[in-house]
Design a protein around this ligand. Structure first.
Ligand SMILES: Nc1ncnc2c1ncn2[C@@H]1O[C@H](COP(=O)(O)OP(=O)(O)OP(=O)(O)O)[C@@H](O)[C@H]1O
Length: 275
């Protein structure tokens, strides 16, 4: 099994800041599966603060498994995850919830809540035992609603929303949690192209303006190339990490899909159907 090829470390443009998220010798998978499953080789990468980053790769390669592992929802097979310089495994739950928010693809259990109530759940690491909100909590909730353009839906029960609207509510909950690291599993799946671009541009602005780092999994590789600061490409037995230009120069996208079906065009930085 190979380790991550980290092209960002070969970059000459300045010193990288301390990573908010760091994976060292990380192996992910399902030891209880028959046969036991170890995915995408050994992962080694560091994400500095203030970046928008994507995880891409073919179906079943391990994108969601990686997000769940980084988010503490399932154990790593081996290696270490550090968040804010601290080993994630040793962080008390509440401390971790102030450093990292996580949105998975499953619909929230609490769909009877209104949009505002669900977004307010993001404040759980800060509220007291009766869940009372302070002025600061209310400000964070309001900002998150505005960022995701949910103002006109704020009183709507979540079960009455479209999939795309609900996806924006889930991202708003993560924003309300106000963590330096935001992990999102396929945040644009249910969105039309306009909303995909709008959400990703919004997340990029949040990363660049507020210094938060947003890591998301996606099949929208063309958009990720245009909008992300870093991309982690997962293959079955290895991975490559770098900024999109470096990855294009190294031909990293050419090997993503069988070339008789889909080809990467370096000139346009986009995929083309092989006819
Ligand atoms: N609970 C589980 N037990 C055993 N194997 C699992 C489990 N969950 C997922 N897998 C397997 O792990 C592999 C990676 O799955 P994962 O969902 O992480 O891939 P993905 O890259 O997110 O896929 P997609 O693009 O289809 O969403 C797949 O082969 C999947 O069948």
């Amino acid at each position: 099994m190979e380790s991550t090829e980290d092209l960002s470390r070969k970059s000459t443009n300045g010193q990288a800041a301390d990573p908010i998220l760091e994976a060292t010798g990380l192996r992910i998978g399902y030891p209880g599966a028959k046969p036991p499953l170890s995915l995408c080789g050994e992962l080694n990468f560091g994400l500095p603060s203030g970046l928008l980053a994507a995880v891409v790769g073919i179906n079943g390669v391990g994108k969601s498994t990686l997000l769940r592992t980084l988010g503490g929802m399932q154990p790593e097979l081996s290696g270490e995850i550090r968040i804010g310089g601290k080993p994630a495994a040793k962080l008390p739950a509440q401390r971790r919830a102030r450093l990292q928010s996580l949105v998975l693809t499953e619909p929230p259990a609490s769909r009877n809540l209104t949009v505002t109530e669900l977004v307010a759940l993001g404040r759980h690491p800060y509220t007291n035992w009766i869940g009372q909100h302070t002025g600061e909590d209310r400000e964070c909730i309001e900002k998150a609603l505005q960022r995701m353009e949910l103002g006109n839906l704020r009183e709507r029960p979540c079960h009455t929303l479209s999939d795309g609207q609900l996806q924006r509510v889930q991202i708003a909950r993560a924003l309300a949690q106000d963590t330096p690291l935001i992990l999102l599993d396929e945040p644009t799946t249910h969105l039309d192209l306009y909303h995909k671009v709008q959400i990703l541009k919004g997340l990029r602005a949040i990363a660049h303006d507020t210094g938060k780092t947003v890591l998301f999994t996606t099949h929208e590789i063309d958009l990720a190339i245009q909008l992300c600061d870093r991309i982690l490409i997962l293959h079955r037995d290895r991975s490559v990490f770098g900024d999109p230009c470096q990855l294009i120069e190294q031909g990293a996208f050419e090997k993503l899909f069988p070339e008789e079906t889909v080809r990467f065009d370096r000139e346009s930085g986009a995929f083309r159907i092989a006819k």
